[in-house]
Unconditional design. Structure first.
Ligand SMILES: N[C@@H](CCC(=O)N[C@@H](CS)C(=O)NCC(=O)O)C(=O)O
Length: 210
């Protein structure tokens, strides 16, 4: 399998960490979505990452769909998301909130670097969405005493939240205050201490806008 995309993307990083935790070998092509879009296009016309190219050449797109395939590959006993039931729904909701937070953080980066003049209506909307999600995630995580969101085993929700917190903290430090979000800060610290998180990491390198 070949994973396309740089690890400064919270979406690419969560897929790479899941691959590592599952012990699935993969090659990595750290192609930039802007600088190397022409390389990505044959695999994904959206020119977005993550894109996972399977051994037969099939290209999977969208992190949720990619992780769904990885879960299928490792089977129900090893999968980090149950195949059905309440925990699956709850975990998918946390993943969707984290992923949406990631979308808004990425949008704000593009707004900052790609536009000469930022549109305050859009910036304020994204910032309100980000803090709204952080407040909900903080309350949810504070209500869980277990080491991970759904018990003693790490799951996709844990990885998604940790990856998006790192990205948001690096990209928009004013939007994440560890004093306001202590449970999320502790969650991120616990995940970031694990070997796959330490190995799969890249400081944020946003497009230059030139
Ligand atoms: N919903 C997508 C989001 C992926 C995404 O936003 N990737 C960014 C990099 S962090 C990207 O490809 N941006 C280029 C673009 O959207 O044009 C997923 O979960 O895979």
């Amino acid at each position: 399998m070949i994973l396309i995309g740089q690890y400064d993307s919270p979406f690419v990083r969560r897929v790479a960490i899941a691959l590592r935790l599952y012990g699935l070998p993969f090659e990595h092509r750290p192609w930039s979505t802007f600088g190397e879009a022409d390389k990505i296009a044959p695999f994904n016309p959206l020119r977005r990452v993550p894109t996972l190219v399977l051994d037969g050449g099939e290209a999977l797109i969208e992190s949720t769909a990619i992780l769904d395939y990885l879960d299928e590959l490792v089977g129900p006993d090893k999968a980090m998301l149950p195949a059905k039931g309440a925990e699956r729904r709850q975990q998918l909701r946390i993943c969707a909130l984290a992923s949406g937070l990631g979308d808004k953080s990425v949008s704000l980066v593009y707004e900052r670097v790609l536009r000469k003049q930022q549109l305050s209506l859009w910036v304020e909307r994204c910032e309100a969405q980000i803090s709204g999600v952080l407040d909900v995630l903080e309350q949810a995580r504070a209500g869980v005493a277990a080491p991970y969101w759904f018990g003693t085993r790490i799951g996709h929700a844990d990885i998604a939240v940790a990856c998006v917190l790192r990205f948001t903290t690096e990209a928009h430090p004013h939007l994440f205050d560890a004093v306001r979000y202590p449970a999320l800060a502790a969650h991120a610290a616990r995940c970031e201490a694990l070997p796959p998180f330490q190995e799969i990491v890249q400081p944020l390198a946003p497009p230059s806008g030139d």
